[in-house]
Design a protein around this ligand. Structure first.
Ligand code: XLS
Ligand code: CA
Ligand code: CA
Length: 444
């Protein structure tokens, strides 16, 4: 059955200024810095936004036209799998991601819910035999059902902790069954609204207990996915425990989990935390904790998680700059945790949106590679810190210096000379690189 009859296989066309149902920059087999674009970018489609999201907002009912919506219950779940694999085939994304509750409806008990999951997981496994698409990561939704109102692993209610544990146990088994390369923990409601009713220490300790149990169980069943924590500062709770990359890393180190986890970083979560996407990626990569990326963007005029498709070339370029400097994403990928706007309601919009995201990251990759090849920032930064290469600077870096030797060195020095940081000049250079690459892409 064709759920997207108006769309055929998306291919690279180049040359086009006006975007259509083809790629202008994403050319999967094109080699950049020794690897194909497909290998660098490892694009993934998010099941929830693409196959279950209806376009509701606090003021209105769903607006999205989805051909599978004529079904309900398990039939709907099955129709979504059919639609998903038709979509993957046409878009050519190498990966996808899902929450347990995206793919199958809940039953009256966890046992019934798990039975529903078994049916759909078997169906997905079957499709994966003939499809090229692989599972980048799966995760457990422990935030939609009202039972998680106080959190999951951080809930004040031990029964909820037990429920969450059983749910993740099943999700790990599913990840193993489908060969997931990573497993994500986003703490949907792991946070608090007010300290007046919260035992923060116990909640955080319980979260760490939960993560250790997950690591142990994955080892027990031989599920070797990379575990990832996804930071987010707020929404739905007012304060989320995994606030940002630095907070999540401190948590992981405090509770002796940093060897078993890396981070899944999302652009919109970065900006909600008051950071740029590239800041979060830089923090993770300097700690060796960069796992995977949720590729989207927020709206600078709105203070919430809008999950827009990424089209901001500065953000995609600087994100890919960090990724290249990290020597790639390893087992991670670029997952479009993004939804079409409420007004972009047709099935075809799902393709236009993914094409926009893929082209934006492909262009970002090309620009980032040229910036690195030409050592645009590297040379500048090297020069900027050159005072640490010799003399007193070299003593500081090597550990030879102490407060007394530093005082001795500086006490009678009459003048200190600084160099300009050349911020505006560097930004203008970045503009030139983006524009030139975009122009070449349009003419390719
Ligand atoms: C929500 C999160 C969520 C995670 C997976 O804001 O981005 O979608 O990526 O649970
Ligand atoms: Ca996300
Ligand atoms: Ca988000």
């Amino acid at each position: 059955m064709a759920y997207f009859p108006n769309v055929s296989k998306i291919t690279y066309s180049g040359k086009q200024l006006k975007s259509d149902l083809s790629f202008n920059h994403y050319n999967p087999k094109e080699v950049v810095a020794g690897k194909t674009m497909e290998e660098h970018l490892r694009f993934s489609v998010a099941y929830w936004h693409t196959f279950t999201e209806a376009g509701t907002d606090p003021f209105g009912a769903g607006s999205k036209v989805r051909p599978w919506d004529r079904f309900s219950g398990m039939d709907l779940a099955k129709a979504r799998v059919e639609a998903a694999f038709e979509f993957f085939e046409k878009l050519g994304n190498p990966y996808f991601c899902f929450h347990d509750r995206d793919i199958a409806p809940e039953g009256d008990t966890l046992r019934e819910t798990n039975k529903n999951l078994d049916v759909i997981v078997a169906m997905i496994k079957d499709y994966m035999k003939t499809s090229k698409v692989k599972l980048l990561w799966n995760t457990a939704n422990m935030f939609t059902n009202p039972r998680f109102m106080h959190g999951a692993a951080s809930s004040c209610n031990a029964d909820v902790f037990a429920y969450a544990a059983a749910q993740v146990k099943k999700a790990l088994e599913i990840g193993k069954e489908l060969g997931a390369e990573n497993y994500v923990f986003w703490g949907g409601r792991e946070g608090y609204e007010t300290l007046l009713n919260t035992d923060m220490k116990l909640e955080q300790e319980n979260m760490s207990r939960f993560f250790h149990m997950a690591v142990d169980y994955a080892k027990e069943i031989g599920f070797d996915a990379q575990f990832l924590i996804e930071p987010k500062p707020k929404e739905p709770t007012k304060h989320q425990y995994d606030f940002d990359a630095a907070t999540a890393i401190a948590f992981l180190k405090t509770y002796d989990l940093d060897k078993d986890f890396k981070l899944n970083l999302e652009a919109n979560h970065a900006t909600l935390a008051g950071h740029t996407f590239e800041h979060e990626i830089r923090v993770a990569r300097t700690h060796g904790m960069l796992g995977s990326l949720d590729a989207n963007q927020g709206d600078p005029l709105l203070g919430w998680d809008t999950d827009e498709f990424p089209t901001d070339l500065y953000s995609t370029t600087l994100a890919m700059y960090e990724v290249l400097k990290n020597d790639g994403l390893g087992r991670g990928g670029l997952n479009f945790d993004a939804k079409t706007r409420r007004t972009s309601f047709t099935p075809e919009d799902l393709f236009y949106a993914h094409i926009a995201g893929m082209d934006s990251f492909a262009l970002g990759l090309k620009v980032a590679n040229r910036l690195i090849e030409d050592r645009v920032f590297d040379d500048f930064i090297e020069e900027r810190y050159s005072s640490y290469k010799e003399g007193i600077g070299a003593d500081i870096v090597s550990g030879r210096a102490d407060f007394k030797s530093l005082e001795n060195y500086i006490l009678d020095k009459k003048e200190i000379t600084n160099q300009s940081g050349r911020l505006e000049q560097l930004k203008n250079t970045l503009n030139h690189y983006i524009v030139q690459e975009a122009y070449q892409g349009a003419l390719a």
